[in-house]
Write a protein that binds this ligand. Structure first.
Ligand SMILES: *[C@@H]1O[C@H](CO)[C@@H](O)[C@H](O)[C@H]1NC(C)=O
Ligand SMILES: *[C@@H]1O[C@H](CO)[C@@H](O)[C@H](O)[C@H]1NC(C)=O
Ligand SMILES: *[C@@H]1O[C@H](CO)[C@@H](O)[C@H](O)[C@H]1NC(C)=O
Length: 358
């Protein structure tokens, strides 16, 4: 197992490098290569990561790229680079697996919500994933298949290119245990258009839902939050959010503000990714306001990711991934997820390195 500490989801964004294999890119604000001088292409150098024995493992001939800081425009403040974790040929898990083909082709990420205390990415191991105070998070995972979208964003009408991103089969959403009525055809990947389905991406900060899904979801959330169990009344929202509550009216729990729990139901009724207040509500404190706002956004209708390829209906974004353990098992083609690890009394900044690194 190789471990890499991540300086929070807001500072390291996970990108998928596809077409411009040997050029640095920015998934938020695509680079106009015609306007860039002195571009660095690929660099090859040894790269060292701490291993399970507490020493460093050297990966020779690691392919990466360097770019001017201007390439970071549009990314969150404090970001210093991008880590490619997709299925493309030179992403970090793929490069590591080429060097260590006998270790499991599997990586896990745990993104910290703290700016100062980094989370962790673990490569080449299905566990144990030891976190303080003595919790092996690999034992808390629930699994759902990782799906492939046959039409990736670089596809052309006569040349389909498999998507390098990670999709899962969301089949329904529940709010406070109650099913939200959704248009099921939007939940499946449309193999001819590349549209629909559910993707995981830290490139978007907050989960984005296709408009009809968003509207149904928001209505369900408002209704449940207003019910006697929560008794919450909305207040004037702060952009980009549409649903906010005064922080003073919301109780706190171990898993964040007490609001209706959101269930993402996956391939089976009992395979459920639970989203508690710590991952659904965003605290907004400025000037005279102190609010908890629902961190889900409207993605619009018929969105496209390129001239030919449609967008997913649901993109699960970075905020919803924080303090969740996610295991991408590329060999078994499944995603292991923990839901909020705050409920287990740990968080992503508490990864326990085996011994002191020398
Ligand atoms: C990735 O590598 C495979 C095999 O080496 C090759 O067939 C494929 O074209 C490569 N994909 C890209 C996007 O370069
Ligand atoms: C459901 O979504 C599909 C795909 O966008 C659309 O063609 C269809 O009209 C929608 N059905 C309803 C009832 O809104
Ligand atoms: C609900 O909240 C309102 C004010 O926000 C309060 O007047 C009312 O008593 C509360 N009801 C319950 C059942 O707690």
């Amino acid at each position: 197992m190789l471990a890499w500490t991540f300086a929070t989801v807001h500072r390291v964004q996970i990108a998928v490098i596809t077409r411009f294999l040997f050029l640095p890119d920015n998934p938020i604000k695509p680079i106009d290569y015609r306007k860039v001088n002195g571009l660095n292409t690929a660099l090859i150098d040894p790269f060292a990561l701490p291993n399970a024995q507490g020493s460093l493992t050297l990966i020779n001939n690691f392919i990466f790229s360097c770019a001017r800081t201007g390439f970071l425009k549009g990314l969150a403040k404090g970001i210093t680079g991008l880590a490619a974790l997709g299925r493309s040929n030179i992403s970090i898990p793929v490069q590591i697996n080429k060097v260590f083909p006998s270790t499991p082709n599997c990586f896990a990420i745990c993104l910290s919500r703290s700016i100062s205390q980094p989370g962790v990415a673990l490569f080449g191991s299905r566990g144990p994933y030891n976190f303080l105070p003595g919790i092996d998070l690999s034992k808390s995972l629930v699994y759902t298949p990782l799906l492939l979208n046959p039409l990736g964003k670089d596809s052309e009408p006569d040349k389909p290119i498999l998507s390098s991103e990670y999709h899962i089969g969301l089949t329904s959403i529940k709010v406070n245990g109650k099913m939200v009525a959704l248009n099921n055809s939007l939940l499946a990947i449309n193999g001819e258009k590349g549209s629909g389905g559910t993707k995981i991406s830290t490139v978007v900060p907050y989960t984005k839902l296709e408009s009809s899904i968003y509207k149904a979801f928001i209505l369900a959330f408002l209704k449940e939050a207003a019910s006697s169990a929560f008794n919450l009344t909305t207040t004037k929202p702060v952009k980009p959010f549409a649903v906010c509550y005064p922080a003073s009216a919301v109780k706190n729990t171990q898993v964040g503000p007490a609001v209706p729990i959101i269930d993402l139901v996956l391939d089976r009724q009992d395979v459920v990714w639970k989203i508690f207040g710590s991952n659904s509500m965003v605290r907004i404190t400025k000037k005279s306001v102190d609010l908890w706002c629902l961190g889900f956004l409207d993605a619009g209708v018929n969105q496209m990711v390129s001239s030919w390829v449609g967008a997913p209906s649901i993109v699960i974004g970075g905020y919803q991934l924080e303090d969740n353990m996610l295991q991408f098992d590329l060999q078994s083609k499944k995603l292991g997820f923990s839901s909020s690890i705050l409920s287990k009394g740990t968080d992503c900044a508490k990864f326990k390195f085996p011994t002191k690194i020398v």
